[in-house]
Ligand binder design. Sequence first.
Ligand code: G3P
Ligand code: CA
Length: 323
Amino acid sequence: MTHDRRNFLKVFGLSVGIIATEVLSPAQQRAIAKPSTTARKILVAHRGASAYAPEHTLESYSLALKQNADYVEQDLQITRDSELICLHDLTLERTTNVKDIFPSRFREELVDDKTMRRWYVSDFTLREIKQLDAGSWFDVKFKGARVPTFQEAIDLVRGKAGLYPETKAPEVYGKRGFNMERLLLDALRKNRLDSSRAARHTPVIIQSFSPESLRKLSGALKTKLPLVLLVGEENPARWLTATGLAEAKGFTSGIAPAKALLDTNLVTQAHALGLSVTPYTFRSRNTGRFKTVNQEMSYYLYDLGVDALFTDNPDLFPRAPVD
Ligand code: G3P
Ligand code: CA
């Protein structure tokens, strides 16, 4: 096990070297089955403090830092001139005024028999994207906020919290001739964030829904950084079984499932393999059966025993159990 991965497991309060419950003493098995309430829980600011400021803007990231995020998340996309930028969608129209600034630069697509107009990031240069307003859609008080580059996110966050970049739709970019994983590692290397030394002040965890992307990062590209596999509600059976978790263990340090997929048994199984568990996404505007998002996060952290979570509301992250 590499130094970086060992540090990562320590951060998440997991025991290094525990492979399966059958090699544990009964006391150790009981300890694993009972979720830890003492290990420090990790707060990942989802798209920044995105409940309060437009997602993936420097304004949202700054607020997340003020709200004591341990990590700030960046979803990555690639511009026509190969720059990594922070944006959730492959296209610009939901979170910017691209339709007003570049009204004719769309591609038409057929979606459910309807023709849709899409303004793809990869059809625009960084210079063009920097002309867009990425704040007004959220609230007029954020008018003029810009889409940040990954480098700008690094410059803002480094030394204050960790970075949690996601390779977003890497296969789509691959078909268009881009190598997202290489661009990401090059950026981290250039900033000296690919070593365990840097990790003390600015740890980096790479996440993806794409197992191929993570396999490429740890295999061909040989990164030693911790990797986390996102698991969506569409395909839980592929990864959230004893076999799936054991396979994931081959190329990740942890799993990050949609929160609805989690139960104590799954957390116990993942921990027994040394995998961290980081569910997504906790937000005050959607708390399901819980009265508040604070209570919901507390349940997942201290009752189910997850190690970390993604939230739009970093200020409401419970550092101790709440009733
Ligand atoms: O990366 C964790 C969570 O952000 C996954 O969902 O769609 O918000 O990127 P999404
Ligand atoms: Ca994400």
